[in-house]
Design a protein around this ligand. Structure first.
Ligand code: SAH
Length: 687
């Protein structure tokens, strides 16, 4: 079987489809999966084990045989727990073939083959009866089918089906119940991920303000969940407007309904403010009494208990359709609407006749009407709203623009053409892809810019003199930013585009940014290392087969590649000084030959080297640079502050070294190579 995989080509800025062998998909899935993270989640594992033991005991006390159905067995972990707890038989269902195969091996290695039957099917395909997959219905239902939003991985339809066809009435369920909690907050930072704030530009005769079009102001945005490591959001970045409220819960031991519905709770704000965001998380009770509880509550909710770090379950940020001023003590209703797979929120002020209008809250799932939410993802909104960043671009444009400047901008969904126009460039053109221009026409219209900035829908290599009114470009600008970029250096597409429009550039052209540089630093992660670290045994069960599988998949293709992570969510400490390793000169065209560098970095701090972090810095104009990675490195401890809008590249070392002795620093040697033919950067590190 062949699979087609879409990948952005950094030399063309567009998606390309590659034919890959059957193994490719599977290795991708395993290498990037969260299985390792789940196996490292001690809190989760311990509580599942306790809950399973308690459920098996309850069934045994009733004098029944304990027959377990484990839907989505993965490594077989929960079934092995059940078998150890004395279950008579377990049906372990796993739809993903490589995992089902792994489960068979792991179950065998741990000596449970006679108690656990692994079935490689989707649970809705499983049959019950003398000739079926299961001899009889189960009386214990065990699953771990939850994502950060709880229901996003299809837990509800799976439970609905299982209760109808696969388990007995009155069965035990582990977990027994899940509860979703919410808290209403005001947060300029998080709100800036959904709204475009007005952009203020000081000009000679006053101030110009770019305002978002009204379509954008009232747009509900996109339905995809915004899941983040909320524990990395400092309390200074938001104000809680309500207490934590229980929104809804699901009892997994009873029939479950997956059809769309809504839940509504009454709220009284604890302080007045602007209601913008609903923060949400859930917990699961492993037993009916609620004594075995596993919670995703963030740090400010239970400040005394130790937080378990995990990446497979985080917290959700929901954006209200519009900002609402609320007063302390007033009566509000918060509604959570959900379909089978996702949840969204509405806030309503209580009115006397409210009860009769309850049904009105069940609104359709959010669909972006202004197109901005399709063009700009949440970090991109945050980036465009970052005033410090905008100021750097304004300052640099001011340095390079003249009244007779003919300016061309190349970047996806960028406000630079508007800034260039406000700052007095004579002629501004914006080179874009088609879908981008639809959105921009709304923004331009709202700001009377339709005739001021010319949108050119063309690929750079197809630019014609007529597009530019037969003028040569005197200022070429880019942020650079492209939506197809995954890794920091993929935005070097700007360099390729600049090369493609070379014949249209005036001999004295100014290119902004004039250059980019790649920076690198060796780090110790506080937690992120877990996603790549082998587990060995998990609650006493040997899961090394899984470790080996992940290692194999990582080696399949990706071993010499970095992966993108937003490091503001994943704290690390630097063990070396940051180093500039490569530079890319945008005043010249892309060279034919590779750009390579080799060297060594000294480990200056005590710690465990988990990997290298790489990021780009753009040199906009003389002494003005913006970093897409490190913003600041604090004190002797090496704590890092990362650009909150960008993902950085992380290259995990295959083995970790401990640096201990400061007087004799250990060195890490590296070789880094930029291939202009592919636009990719390959790297190798030796410890
Ligand atoms: N139970 C394991 C793994 C949980 S991950 C553990 O707790 O460590 C969830 C697994 O469920 C994935 O491997 C996924 O492929 C599988 N899965 C999800 N829905 C399923 C369904 N309806 N039927 C069968 N497998 C399913």
């Amino acid at each position: 079987m062949k699979t087609f995989c879409g990948r952005a080509n950094p030399t063309t800025g567009s998606m390309e489809w590659f034919e890959e062998g059957e193994d490719y998909d599977y290795h991708q899935e395993i290498a990037r999966s969260r299985y390792a993270d789940m196996l490292h989640d001690k809190d989760r594992n311990v509580k599942y084990y306790q809950g399973i033991c308690a459920a098996v005991s309850r069934v045994k006390e009733r004098g029944e045989k304990a027959i377990v159905l484990d839907i989505g067995t993965g490594t077989g972990l929960l079934s092995m727990m059940a078998a150890s707890a004395g279950a008579d038989f377990c049906y372990a269902i796993e739809v993903f073939k490589p995992m089902a195969n792994a489960a068979v091996k792991i179950v065998e290695k741990n000596g449970f083959s006679d108690k656990i039957k692994v079935i490689n099917k989707h649970s809705t395909e499983v049959t019950v009866g003398p000739d079926g997959d299961m001899q009889c219905r189960a009386n214990i239902l065990v699953t771990e089918l939850f994502d950060t939003e709880l229901i996003g991985e299809g837990a509800l339809p799976t439970y609905e089906h299982a209760h109808k066809y696969l388990v007995q009435e009155g069965c035990e369920a582990v977990p027994h119940r899940a509860t979703v909690y919410v808290q209403l907050v005001e947060s300029k930072r998080m709100w800036s991920w959904k709204k475009l704030f007005p952009v203020h530009v000081e000009v000679e005769d006053g101030e110009k303000i770019l305002v978002p079009p009204s379509e954008m102001e009232n747009c509900p945005g996109v339905p995809s969940v915004c899941d983040i490591q909320l524990n990395q959001m400092p309390s200074s970045d938001f104000t809680t407007l309500s207490d934590v409220v229980t929104m809804f819960s699901v009892d997994f031991s009873k029939p479950v309904q997956s059809a769309s519905t809504y839940y509504r709770v009454q709220l009284e704000p604890v302080r007045s403010g602007k209601a913008q965001i609903v923060l949400s998380w859930w917990d699961i009770d492993m037993d009916p009494s609620g004594m075995i509880n596993c919670t995703m509550a963030p740090y400010w909710v239970k400040p005394t208990s130790a937080l378990q770090w995990r990446d497979h379950w985080m917290q959700c940020v929901y954006f209200l359709p519009r900002e609402e001023t609320v007063l302390q003590g007033e009566k509000l209703y918060l509604a959570a609407c959900r379909d089978e797979y996702s949840v969204w929120y509405h806030l309503q002020k209580a009115r006397a006749d409210e009860e009769e209008h309850k049904a009105a809250v069940c609104v359709e799932s959010p669909v972006c009407r202004c197109r901005a939410h399709l063009l700009w993802n949440r970090p991109r909104f945050g980036e465009l709203n970052d005033q410090n960043r905008t100021r750097q671009y304004i300052k640099s444009l001011r340095k390079v623009l003249k009244t007779d400047s003919v300016c061309l901008c190349i970047s996806d969904g960028s406000l630079l053409p508007v800034l260039a126009h406000y700052l007095g460039a004579k002629q501004v053109q914006y080179l874009v892809l088609f879908f981008i221009s639809l959105h921009f026409s709304l923004l331009f219209k709202a700001n009377h810019l339709e005739d001021k900035i010319k949108i050119i829908e063309a690929r750079p290599e197809l630019l014609k003199p007529s597009h530019l009114k037969d003028k040569k470009i005197s200022v070429l600008v880019g942020e650079p930013f492209f939506t197809t970029s995954l890794l920091p250096w993929h935005n070097l597409y700007f360099w390729y585009a600049r090369t493609a429009v070379n014949t249209h550039l005036a001999s004295s052209v100014t290119v902004l940014p004039q250059s980019a540089s790649l920076h690198m630093m060796i780090v110790e992660f506080q937690d992120l290392w877990r996603i790549r670290s082998p587990c060995g045994t998990c609650e006493g069960f040997d899961v090394q087969t899984m470790d080996d599988m992940i290692k194999d998949s990582l080696n399949f293709r990706e071993s010499k590649e970095a992966e993108p992570h937003p490091l503001w969510e994943y704290p690390c400490k630097s063990l070396s000084d940051p180093e500039e390793v490569l530079t890319f000169d945008f005043t010249k065209t892309v060279p034919q030959h590779c750009l390579s560098t080799e060297g060594s970095v000294k480990l200056l701090r005590k710690g465990r080297s988990h990997g290298a972090v790489l990021w780009m810095e753009y040199h906009l104009a003389a002494d003005i640079s913006v970093s897409t990675g490190l913003m600041q490195m604090s004190n002797e401890k090496g704590n890092c502050e990362w650009n909150p809008h960008c993902k950085q590249a992380v290259y995990f070392f295959s083995s970790v070294i401990e640096s201990e002795i400061l007087s004799d620093p250990t060195a890490v040697t590296y070789a880094i190579n930029f291939d202009p033919k592919t636009g990719e950067i390959a790297m190798d590190f030796k410890l």
